[in-house]
Design a protein around this ligand. Structure first.
Ligand code: GCO
Ligand code: MG
Length: 421
């Protein structure tokens, strides 16, 4: 039997929900054996395609796809300057595709290669939002009626921009193409979006959770994403105010640039903290985990370089009592969601999985997309990652065109100054 070799590596770009997704396909000299991996960096997708096809592909052609770790290290070190979301996403596409191939060759789902199942399915949290607290409550009730036990709640601030609710600026959550939010190029005096107003947000969030606890009771698990929008000291104040509402976790209270504030946050409150979707480098999470400054590590697996590094991160976190909550928005492809899930069901220190409910079009483009039942996410038992791509259909959903090419539009304060997203 001839040795298995990589014969082709290419990126597939598709946007079945209007959100730019990048998937890497690795082909081999055995035509039925190919692998798929997620390389989605929705704000800079074409840079990832270029990094993959120009710089990684030549190192991969002819190699044995079984050598995942050696290929990973070779590609990782080949740029001398390492990490960053572009190189990491390209590397993740390759890495996940190699795990997919290994699983297919072994005739086993990837979770078996990771040590086997420790749970039947992954508990998920889903998103409730609304224009006011009543609407958030109704949305949450609807989700609870569908069997969801963990709900992230975000409320609109009337007249202002916010994250994760209507009037917000986030495209991925709403499944709305980015161009819907972009009228014309913003100037300093003329923001295209509603402005951001910190103190209104800081007043609104405790009221939201007071209302939800009063109306929904104690049993439902509630979560909230600050999305790094307030200053460190304001985040500490908000975390302390929210403690009484017993959140499952408070997400991204601080920006990666402000991780030095975590010890202060931790000393002030016992609210469970989730952090990390913007991390791209091991030095960003090492101290937070080893000093037990967070409770959930929720990196975007393709942004840190793929499944190989994520499984090491999960094992590292386990030793310090930190649980996993991998980032799972609409700008992770169904293949990336499957990679999250294979780790979820094989990691002892799994905490929770963020859910994105893919629409029917995305499910047709990606047959095998994980299924949601009883508030949980279920992995299929197909060999590999278990998700395929219908390339002909994928081509019918090209990237939406607009002037920012996927970049997020600026969010501004009333005085016109730009804030973090
Ligand atoms: C989340 C996130 C996302 C990001 C998005 C950016 O917790 O799900 O914050 O919705 O904003 O992935 O592209
Ligand atoms: Mg988030």
């Amino acid at each position: 039997m001839p040795r298995l070799r990589i014969t082709n590596v290419r990126a597939i770009c598709t946007a079945p929900e209007g959100i730019r997704l990048v998937v890497v396909k690795i082909e081999t000299n055995e035509p039925e054996i190919y692998g798929l991996g997620c390389a989605t960096f929705t704000q800079r997708p074409l840079a990832v395609v270029e990094a993959l096809e120009t710089y990684l592909k030549p190192q991969l052609i002819g190699r044995d796809p079984n050598d995942i770790e050696d290929i990973y290290q070779t590609c990782y070190l080949s740029s001398y300057w390492r990490t960053g979301p572009i190189m990491n996403n390209a590397l993740s596409g390759v890495d996940q595709a190699l795990w997919d191939i290994k699983g297919k060759r072994a005739g086993m789902p990837v979770y078996q290669l990771l040590g086997g199942k420790v749970r039947t399915a992954a508990t998920v949290y889903t998103h409730a939002s609304g224009r006011d607290v009543q609407e958030v409550e109704e949305h949450a009730r609807m989700l609870m009626g569908l069997g969801f036990t963990h709900i992230r709640a975000q409320v609109e601030i009337a007249g202002y921009s916010t994250y994760g609710a209507q009037g917000g600026s986030e495209p991925a959550d709403a499944g709305t193409p980015v161009q819907a939010h972009v009228g014309h190029r913003p100037t300093h005096l003329e923001p295209v979006q509603r402005p951001w107003h910190e103190s209104s947000y800081l007043r609104a969030v405790p009221k939201l959770f007071e209302h939800l606890r009063m109306t929904l009771g104690d049993e439902v698990e509630l979560l909230h994403d600050i999305h790094e929008r307030v200053s460190p000291i304001q985040a500490i104040g908000l975390a302390k105010e929210l403690e009484q509402f017993r959140l499952y976790f408070l997400e991204d209270p601080l920006a990666p640039e402000d991780i030095g504030w975590f010890p202060r946050l931790r000393q002030q409150t016992s609210i469970p903290i989730a952090m990390g979707e913007l991390f791209v480098n091991q030095t960003e999470w090492e101290t937070l985990i080893k000093d037990r400054l967070i409770d959930y590590i929720r990196v975007h697996i393709s942004a840190i370089g793929g499944l190989s590094i994520a499984r090491k991160l999960a094992a590292f976190a386990e030793f310090f009592g930190v649980r996993t909550a991998w980032h799972g928005p609409g700008d992770v492809s169904p293949i990336g969601h499957a990679a999250n899930l294979h780790l979820d069901i094989s990691s002892t220190n799994f905490g929770i999985q963020e859910l994105h409910l893919f629409n029917d079009t995305a499910r047709e483009v990606f047959p095998g997309t994980p299924e949601v039942r009883d508030g949980m996410l279920w992995c299929n038992d197909k060999p590999g990652l278990g998700v395929d791509i219908d390339e002909k259909l994928a081509a019918k959903y090209p990237f939406p065109e607009h002037e920012l090419h996927g970049a997020f539009p600026a969010v501004r304060r009333i005085d016109g100054s730009v804030i973090r997203w």
